[in-house]
Design a protein around this ligand. Structure first.
Ligand code: UDP
Ligand code: MG
Length: 317
């Protein structure tokens, strides 16, 4: 390996960037290969971009991609993946929750001949009980709902080979869930374990709605199970209502007693109405995905960058 790319998504991380940069430098300087650090500013509203810009002006190994607005964590990483030039890339969060000191360990394991080495969390420090519980539930559902095995307690902190980078670039889907996409790819993958630190500065950029969106993308990207479950449920409900209709007709025609009270009718019709809406919702979410992919809008827009994309202009003049 001659060049290693470090991909760092940044959204309002002004307090951590300097420390992150020096810790990155510290652990990267011990390695034998060259490196580039790509900061992707995902439309931060604080001073993050100024700080990155300053760092980049002092060190040519620091690249930046300044997105035109907040596109979200997964898309920010995708922008880094599209623009990195390394023979391998490390994806690391910008909030110091993923320790840069682990990078040499990831690299050593990688050199044994893996395509993906991901960092698996021993414990989740400094995260609310709510986050821990929702994360646990999410991984449980993912395991049940999808046919691919997405490793539990693993974030995006990992090293990936050029092969994996090129495969990711070929995946045109708009709803990115990189962890899942990489798990889906196969190749030689393995884990190393680490203790995840709590967030040192600022607060999480993952609002509840962003988390729900990510979970939704994860499940609909890799599984048709929700659709199947709803369809099955629909069959069962239709069967029960069919039996009820026969029973109602029987009472009305044969025994002559009409069903008394409208409660049961209201309840059952409400129930069926609810089930239908649920089914429409699930179908709608898949249609939404199809629509988004057909529109094929660019995934992100770059405001400015100091990365020269064409390979030619890279060669010394
Ligand atoms: N991030 C981003 N865009 C967003 C939200 C987050 O680029 O819309 C970055 C953020 O700066 C951090 C990483 O993605 O480097 C992980 O985000 P965060 O720490 O908020 O997520 P959590 O660790 O709480 O899951
Ligand atoms: Mg974090």
């Amino acid at each position: 390996m001659s060049l290693l790319s470090i991909i760092v998504p940044i959204y309002n991380e002004q307090e951590s960037i300097i420390e992150l940069h020096s810790r990155l430098n510290h652990s990267l300087n011990n390695l034998t290969f060259e490196y580039e650090i790509i900061f992707i500013d995902d439309g931060s509203q604080d001073r993050s971009f100024d700080i990155i810009n300053q760092l980049a002006s002092k060190d040519s190994r620091i690249k930046y991609i300044h997105l035109s607005r907040n596109f979200g964590h997964q898309i920010a990483i995708s922008a880094g993946i599209d623009h990195c030039k390394g023979d391998a890339a490390i994806i690391i969060d910008g909030d110091l929750q993923d320790p840069p000191e682990l990078i040499p360990v990831l690299c050593n394991k990688f050199m044994e001949g893996y395509d993906v080495v991901y960092a698996k969390r021993n414990k989740r420090k400094g995260e609310s009980i709510f986050k821990k519980l929702t994360a646990k539930a999410f991984y449980k559902v993912m395991k049940k709902a999808t046919s691919i095995d997405i490793p539990e307690d693993v974030g995006d902190f990992r090293i990936i080979s050029r092969k994996v980078i090129d495969c990711l670039k070929q995946m045109p889907e708009q709803n990115k869930f990189l962890r899942g996409q990489i798990a889906w790819m196969g190749f030689k993958q393995c884990a190393i374990y680490y203790d995840r630190d709590g967030r040192k500065y600022g607060k999480t950029g993952y609002s509840l709605s962003k988390m729900v969106d990510l979970a939704g993308d994860a499940i609909t990207s890799f599984s048709n199970k929700p659709l199947k479950i709803v369809t099955r449920f629909g069959f069962i409900v239709s069967f029960i209502s069919f039996c009820l209709i026969i029973y109602a007709l029987y009472r009305h025609i044969i025994t002559g007693k009409t069903i008394d009270g409208w409660t049961s009718i209201i309840v059952s019709s409400m129930f069926i109405g609810g089930v239908q809406i649920l089914a429409i919702g699930v179908i709608g979410s898949y249609l939404g995905r199809i629509n988004k992919n057909i529109v094929a809008r660019p995934l992100y827009l770059i405001d400015s960058t100091n990365i020269n994309k064409s390979k030619k202009s890279d060669s010394p003049k």
